[in-house]
Every structure is written in C-alpha cells, then in structure tokens.
Ligand binder design. Sequence first.
Ligand code: UDP
Length: 239
Amino acid sequence: MKKQVMNIAFDDCTMDEAVNTALQYIYERKKCRVVTPNAEFAIEAKKNSRFLNILQNSEMVLPDGVSVIYASKIVGNPINSKLAGIAFAQALCSALGKEGGRLFLLGAKPGVAEKAGEKLKAEYPGLIIVGTHDGYFKDTAPVIAEINAAQPDALFVCLGAPKQEYFMEEQRDELKVPLMAGLGGSLDVLAGNVNRAPEFYQKAGLEWFYRLCKEPKRWKRMIKLPIYLWDAVIWKIKH
Ligand code: UDP
C-alpha cells in the first residue's frame, strides 16, 4: 500500500513484502524502478521537478530513513517500517540467491563493485553476479551494451542521487533488465569499505547520528533531516 507523505507516496510494507514485489516483477519480466527516498531526496525534489517526477512515477518507493517515518506520523499518514536501501539490497540478494538469480552491480569507484560482488557471492551462494562496472564512466552506450549482454534479472544502480535516478529514467527503454534499484552508497557498504551503523543505532533510529560522527563533513547533507520534519509540521498546519 502506498502512503502519501507530502509530495511523495511511499510503500508501506515489510521487507519481505518489498522483496516479494520485486521478485514478482522479475518473474513477469515487467520493468520496475526502485527508488529509496529519504529527507535529502525530499528536499532536493522540492526544487527539482524532474527528480520529483521520477520519485512519483517509480513502481517501488522505499522509505529509506527514519526521517520519513517521523514525517509520515507528523502529517497523519503513518508508515510502519523504514526500509533502508542497503537492507533491501541484502534481502533481495538473499532471495535471488535461492533462485539462481542474476545480478549486475553498477556504481562506486573502480574496484568497489567487483569487491562487493565477491562478498555477495560468498554470502549468498546461488546468486550469480553477471557483471560489474564502476560509476565513473563518460560514455553510457558501452555500459548499457555490457549490462544487456550480461542479461541480469536485477541491476543495482549506485551512482548517488539524483544521478542514479536520472540514469534509470534515461536508460529505462534501452536497458533489458526487469528490476533496477537506485541504491546510493550501498556498494561501498557491501564491499566492506564503509560500515553500516551498529544495530543499536539502527533500532534507535540514530543511524544518521552514527554516520554524522563517522563523517562529520556530511553535516551539510544531514541538516536536511530537521528541515524535512519542519516541512511536515508546516504541511500539517496548512492541511
Ligand atoms: N558515485 C558514482 N558515480 C558518480 C558519483 C558517485 O558511482 O558519478 C558513487 C560514489 O562512489 C558512492 C555513491 O555513488 O559509492 C554515492 O554515495 P553516497 O554516500 O552519496 O550515497 P548515499 O548517502 O545516498 O547512500
């Protein structure tokens, strides 16, 4: 079920349901774009109509931050669970592994996608990594040709937002892949180059705080979290 939080409608479901929906698209060979908006996405989408349009028209819209859960409560349309992009990536890999699913990894600095692929293969035997490519290419056509030749069931597009969403929009017709997911810095985490916050922080809704402590220079990005919540308060007053 979709739940509207200001101008973006999010999927309100469990991780199992999200993965099953994704698998269904793959079985039916129907195209599905997965986006993972958080406070930063929402603030960007306010001034970027192209980005907003993609978020509004993607088949799966996962609430990737505790900020979305808080905002949904403030506007009176509560979403139950946060579905972090990285957690979705892992859950989908696990499901694909059980079925011999084929995955292509696109994005991050040279070498990172390969390393993530190796780790994923070790973690989810049965998963077939059909190809990898870094995210710093100039010419798109050869990359598309490489992905299509590998015939993946799913493609992780990890170029950061909004670049990855633009890529998925522009290449939707060219790419012969049922499922495409924009997953930001997930390859860095899957490769083991960046650590996800320990479970305590995740459960307490403080993953943002852990990340801020690890990478203080992210504060400019994180300031968008309270701005987004303030927007929700204003929205609630107006409506
Ligand atoms: N990236 C890329 N190509 C680019 C710009 C960025 O592949 O042109 C990668 C970058 O190396 C990193 C990811 O995109 O792996 C973005 O990471 P970020 O920390 O912004 O992601 P998020 O905070 O959304 O998880």
